[in-house]
Write a protein that binds this ligand. Structure first.
Ligand code: IVH
Length: 710
């Protein structure tokens, strides 16, 4: 891909960044002014590498350092703060946005198609309209499912951003747009002789980010965002650009709509094809579809590319509801023209629906391990893009109220990306009067204790710690994969052994009678032996797993590891007071309070002693001892993962080398991963990392080279 940065320029900016990283003191104003200008340039460059290309050349830590340096200089010399400084993306002035503005040219919609045959018809229509013999070339790109925006640049500066609105006028949201680091505040349009330009694009939230935002909202008792599209369009309408930042909104540009020179003459004809126009935008620093965009030499190839992405849709980091097929040649586009609704030169190829309607049959209430009661809707089974859905979470009482759901309602269900299915709304127009209100229980469905709703929180809770349902959920949690990881010991076993009277408390897990289990219907000797082996293995687990397995509120896996890193014996935590716990990095007061309460409970120490006597490990393992961070290693600040088999070393040795160079080793591919080192026969981890697009992929040899750079 062409870029505005030559290799030499990139090296120069990289070296300059490294140089500035060593700066400490605040210089006199003339030097400061010079450095501020340099910082603008390097920060814009790193933001482009990170947000637009997904290929950062510096660690987050180093980027933050540069950003903080700019803030410090600007604070020392406020007159050096300019409107297009990278620090000015999020302004605190919330007043003037959201006025109605007219688009420079109307933002039209798209005609739809659903299969290769429809595309064939479209192609014939284009041949007719343009009087051209086939083959006709098409540029195909994703149909992003977010909120559309129009950006206006004048004199190389972003001067206005607006939502689509009704297509003719939209709402101004320049401040929100400025908060998106994928939208350049300055772009060198003048090098194309362009004085004023309007671009069209789509604002999106990454699917993994969407999940995290909703998890955080649920925890904070806020309403759940219905889907990624609403998460994006909703934030655009919030009069606080910080919301745009918190949701990590991004903008993909897919259309160069209008461009004139200083005299007001149209200068779009310098880009003879749609693809070249988009490439020019990439060159100017905008985020555009890359591997997801293809110039196809005929409609069959275009149809095949659409189909290819239909298959890959779930691996893509953003929600897309189809592809858009555009006549690539701009002269031909002109010949096609427009209807009042859509351009005749483009068509959306819609993917199979991920929405469907079905009946809401019943609501069941599940009690969680900490007593939280979650309503779950039972649905008439319905197929959503190949997956049958018969039950979906309703999260909490507010979710039901906001959507005014009734038993017997016809509801619209949606499944976006790999996000779990959810109810979008009730189809109120289809009601026949037989629908019944959903009556939220006032008592625990398991133990009948009166439920309480803590102020400011969305969930109702059963506060009886001995509630049978809670006890079962906690036992299930204890044996689960992320806790003691007892292979094969799932929910079914917990419930069955509990019914048999063999499993009421955690220590019972380690006292099971395997002969009796072997005689259970559906078991047998082999499965009983397998279970014994799994339980014996689990006894040697790190104490962080044991701590996590006790379902202490707010003590998740990460927090458990932090505590486990501090003590020789898990029981030593009894001697830590609130202040000591809170002094640990990344430990909040609430988590600390819960740990203190857990160890102060008179039942805890006897429980741990009992587990100790049963052979469960209580001692910190070598591998969980707290490590002082290495700040100046070749991999400091990076996360790393190894996959496949290596030639010159064992995978664990490679991992140890990486950790010694300051890296943090991860165990799975996630959006937090920076580097994946691949050996031979790398499998799904590699595919996943490639799909994420943000992971640097190194061979064994390349990895060793990086280490040499110490
Ligand atoms: S082209 C004049 N390209 O889909 C050209 N639109 O149903 C019309 N959309 O509101 C738009 N991805 O927000 C185009 N690659 C893409 C798109 C795209 C998403 C949205 C756009 C528009 C809607 C039309």
């Amino acid at each position: 891909m062409a870029t505005q940065y030559s290799t030499e320029k990139q090296r120069e900016l990289y070296d300059l960044s490294k140089k500035i990283l060593a700066h400490k003191d605040i210089p006199a104003k003339p030097e400061a002014a010079k450095e501020v200008a340099q910082l603008h340039e390097v920060i814009v460059y790193h933001e482009w590498r990170y947000y637009v290309l997904n290929e950062p050349v510096m660690s987050d830590f180093e980027y933050d350092h540069l950003y903080k340096r700019l803030e410090a200089l600007e604070q020392a010399y406020p007159t050096l703060v300019s409107e297009d400084s990278p620090t000015q993306r999020v302004s605190s002035d919330l007043s003037s946005d959201f006025e109605s503005v007219a688009h420079l040219i109307p933002m039209l919609s798209l005609d739809n198609s659903y299969n290769a045959e429809d595309l064939g018809d479209f192609d014939k229509q284009i041949q007719k309209l343009t009087n051209t013999e086939p083959p006709i070339a098409y540029c195909v790109e994703p149909k992003y499912d977010g909120g559309s925006i129009a950006l206006v640049y004048e004199n190389d500066r972003l001067v206005r951003a607006a939502t689509r609105g009704n297509g003719t006028t939209g709402e101004e949201m320049t401040k929100n747009a400025k908060a998106m680091k994928t939208i350049p505040l300055k772009a060198a349009f003048s090098k194309y002789g362009i004085h004023k330009v309007e671009l069209r694009g789509e604002v999106l939230i990454r699917l993994d980010r969407f999940k995290k935002v909703n998890q955080a909202r649920e925890k904070a008792g806020k309403s759940i965002l219905a889907n990624p599209r609403n998460a994006a369009t909703g934030a655009l309408r919030v009069k606080n650009p910080q919301e745009v930042v918190d949701r990590s909104l991004e903008a993909f540009i897919y259309q160069l709509g209008y461009a004139v020179d200083k005299e007001g003459e149209n200068v779009l004809d310098q880009f003879p094809t749609h693809d070249e126009g988009i490439e020019a935008l990439a060159n100017l620093g905008f985020k555009v579809p890359t591997v997801e965009r293809k110039v196809c030499s005929n409609i069959e190839e275009a149809a095949a590319f659409c189909d290819h992405w239909q298959q890959k849709r779930d691996d893509y980091a953003y929600e897309i509801d189809g592809m858009v097929v555009k006549v690539n040649n701009i002269d031909l586009q002109e010949l096609c023209g427009y209807t009042s609704h859509h351009p005749r030169w483009a068509i959306a190829y819609k993917f199979k629906a991920k929405q469907a309607t079905t009946k809401l049959l019943n609501v069941e209430y599940q009690v969680g391990k900490l007593g939280q009661v979650t309503p779950v809707a039972k649905l008439e089974p319905v197929s959503l893009a190949g997956v049958t859905v018969s039950s979906v979470s309703l999260h909490n009482e507010d979710f039901i109220k906001q959507r005014n759901l009734h038993l017997g309602d016809t509801v619209l269900v949606e499944r976006a990306g790999d996000v779990i299915p959810y109810i979008v709304k009730a189809m109120e127009e289809l009601r026949d009067g037989n629908e019944q209100p959903i009556v939220y229980p006032t008592q625990c469905p398991s133990c009948e204790t009166t439920l309480v709703r803590i102020e400011g929180e969305a969930v109702w809770k059963c506060e009886n710690v001995n509630c049978a349902a809670q006890v079962l959920r906690r036992l299930e949690h204890h044996v689960s994969k992320n806790a003691m990881d007892i292979d094969g010991f799932g929910e079914k076993y917990v419930v069955r052994f509990n019914e048999m009277g063999w499993l009421d408390r955690v220590p019972d897990v380690y006292k099971l009678d395997y002969d009796a289990i072997a005689n259970l219907e559906g078991f047998g000797k082999r499965s009983a032996e397998k279970l014994k082996k799994a339980i014996d293995t689990a006894k040697g687990n790190p104490i962080s797993r044991l701590l996590y397995s006790f379902s202490i509120p707010l003590v998740g896996r990460t927090v458990s590891k932090i505590f486990a890193g501090e003590v020789n014996d898990i029981r030593d935590l009894k001697n830590w007071d609130l202040e000591q716990l809170m002094a640990l990095k990344d430990i909040g007061p609430k988590a600390a309070e819960h740990v203190v309460a857990f160890f102060a409970n008179p039942e805890t120490l006897p429980l741990l002693n009992e587990l100790d006597a049963l052979g469960v490990n209580m001692k910190q393992l070598e591998s969980e001892r707290k490590q002082e961070p290495i700040l100046d290693g070749a991999l400091s600040g990076k996360t790393i993962l190894f996959t496949g088999s290596f030639q010159t070393m064992k995978r664990n040795d490679a991992k140890a080398l990486a950790v010694a160079a300051g890296a943090k080793a991860l165990s799975a591919v996630s959006s937090n991963l920076n580097i994946l080192v691949v050996g031979e026969k790398a499998g799904s981890k590699l595919t996943k990392a490639q799909a994420l697009g943000t992971v640097e992929i190194l061979t064994e040899e390349e990895f060793l080279k990086v280490l040499e750079k110490e």
